[in-house]
Ligand binder design. Structure first.
Ligand SMILES: C[S@@+](CC[C@H](N)C(=O)[O-])C[C@H]1O[C@@H](n2cnc3c(N)ncnc32)[C@H](O)[C@@H]1O
Ligand SMILES: Nc1nc2[nH]cc(C(=O)O)c2c(=O)[nH]1
Ligand code: SF4
Ligand SMILES: [Mg+2]
Length: 221
């Protein structure tokens, strides 16, 4: 069973798939502890907040409510809701705390493409066709380390930045892991002007790409 915080249909707002109509499945639970995390409501799994899957879909605001659901339950929900998007983004929380093979395999068999948003701190259990976005978490409170296997599996790296230290840590990770990723995105933390300038200047200098969380500028999910 997967622990589901929310399911919604929107436009992917980050990195290579920006602009792609997508169904988001946000899973509950994350021990990594990024100070600037924009989804802190997904960190804890509290049995007091266990609800039905329907309830999580009808959320009007971020909350810690979550539901147990199988891959089949989640797919049935897409059909019941009449979602039209054919790309599914599995995020969290930290989705790689779950075995994502059953969900991705079922979705691929039904004509969907899949993408995972992960911190790279847990083994990635998903089919080869799944697009993997690793947003490596370096020196966060929870003390988790980015796995070299995650760096090797990544189709793209997306790194939130607010200060030069974050850029330096990323380059150190590339050196330590021996992985030189093909696609590197810098994402300004929380749309701050200083973070955005740093990201643009660094992208120009290193031939990396900018990812600006388009959904936040648009005021949509
Ligand atoms: C909320 S995380 C969930 C998936 C997974 N735990 C991870 O960190 O990749 C989804 C994406 O949002 C990014 N993110 C979280 N808070 C952010 C913020 N305040 N500003 C910019 N990006 C942020 C993360 O780095 C990650 O790329
Ligand atoms: N529109 C939209 N795009 C996103 N890309 C990654 C997101 C995430 O929270 O993982 C996200 C999100 O929450 N909304
Ligand atoms: S790893 Fe992802 S969900 Fe977990 S705290 Fe960091 S940004 Fe938030
Ligand atoms: Mg988000």
């Amino acid at each position: 069973m997967y622990k589901v915080n929310e399911v919604f249909e929107t436009i992917q707002g980050e990195a290579s798939y920006t602009g792609m109509p997508s169904i988001f499945v946000r899973l509950q639970g994350c021990p990594v502890g990024c100070a600037w995390c924009d989804t802190k409501q997904t960190w804890d799994v509290n049995d007091t907040y266990l609800v039905s899957l329907e309830t999580t879909v009808e959320k009007k605001a971020d909350s810690e409510l979550w539901a147990n659901a199988s891959a089949e339950d989640i797919f049935a929900l897409f059909q019941a809701r009449g979602y039209q998007a054919k790309h599914v983004v599995i995020t969290g929380g930290e989705p790689c705390m779950f075995d994502l093979n059953p969900l991705c395999t079922l979705l691929h068999a039904n004509g969907y493409s899949t993408q995972i948003e992960t911190s790279g701190t847990f083994e990635i259990l998903a089919p080869a066709e799944t697009w993997v976005t690793v947003s490596p978490k370096i020196n966060m409170r929870g003390g988790y380390k980015v796995l070299t296997s995650a760096m090797q599996r990544a189709d793209e790296i997306k790194h939130p930045v607010a200060m030069q230290k974050h850029v330096d840590e990323l380059e150190q990770l590339f050196a330590d892991s021996g992985v030189t990723p093909k696609l590197v995105y810098l994402q300004p933390i929380s749309q701050k002007a200083k973070a955005t300038k740093l990201a643009i200047d660094t992208c120009k200098a290193k031939n990396w790409r900018l990812s600006v969380q388009v959904h936040k500028y648009l005021g949509i999910n």
